[in-house]
Unconditional design. Sequence first.
Length: 256
Amino acid sequence: MGSGRGLRLDFSDPMAARDVFAAERIDILVNNAGIIRRDDAVDFSEADWDAVMDVNLKAVFFTCQAFARAAIPRGRGKIVNIASLSGQRGANGRAAYGASKAAAHNATLTLALELAGSGVRINVVAPGFIETDMTSKIPMATREVGRRLNSMMQGGNPIDVGEAIAFFAEPGSAGVTGIYFFLLPQGADRAADAAYLIIGGIVVIALAALALIVAGHPRDEVVEAVLAPPSVPGRMELVSTDDPDAPQGVVDYAHT
């Protein structure tokens, strides 16, 4: 096992990345840091927009730039940028997040083209729904839909993301660059399938609950309305099915 050490840095400041790569030999870069701010597009603040772009786009690009400057003279280096499916499709409240991930993807493609002849490889891993502490706090129905939006119809685990990153970081992937790797890719018809599954599940649960209610209601407690000559005009007597001569209650009714 190798050893490592942690550094506390603000990578939204381009100078921080330049200083690190100038002082340290680093062969593999994984841009995993990211933030999200949620709000409707018409209400999104400039401050929140800038915060998301600073971390998710600016920091990613300038960290890749600083790494490439140090790696090109060595003739090798691996970069893996972590993207999101939100960068490929719209999502309510995620205008800045989706835009930042889409822009980072495009920047990665450009870097892959420009660095191809230098020995530096750069790829993207885009996870789908991953089972984490954060996603466990998502409402159950939304969480179930998210799990079933991919081809495998299930959520992934953090180790799945780690294994994908490890592939692009290892020597065996030296001939791979500019790849956008979907982890748990979304099928074209999965959104509709997920919706049908959720609706079907709700119907099944409702029917099961109704069956339990009926099964738990003893037969001798069932009553019916009998239009026998009422003892009081304007009323209908409720009598037990087991004892038609024993009124169980009365209900007022009106003549038409």
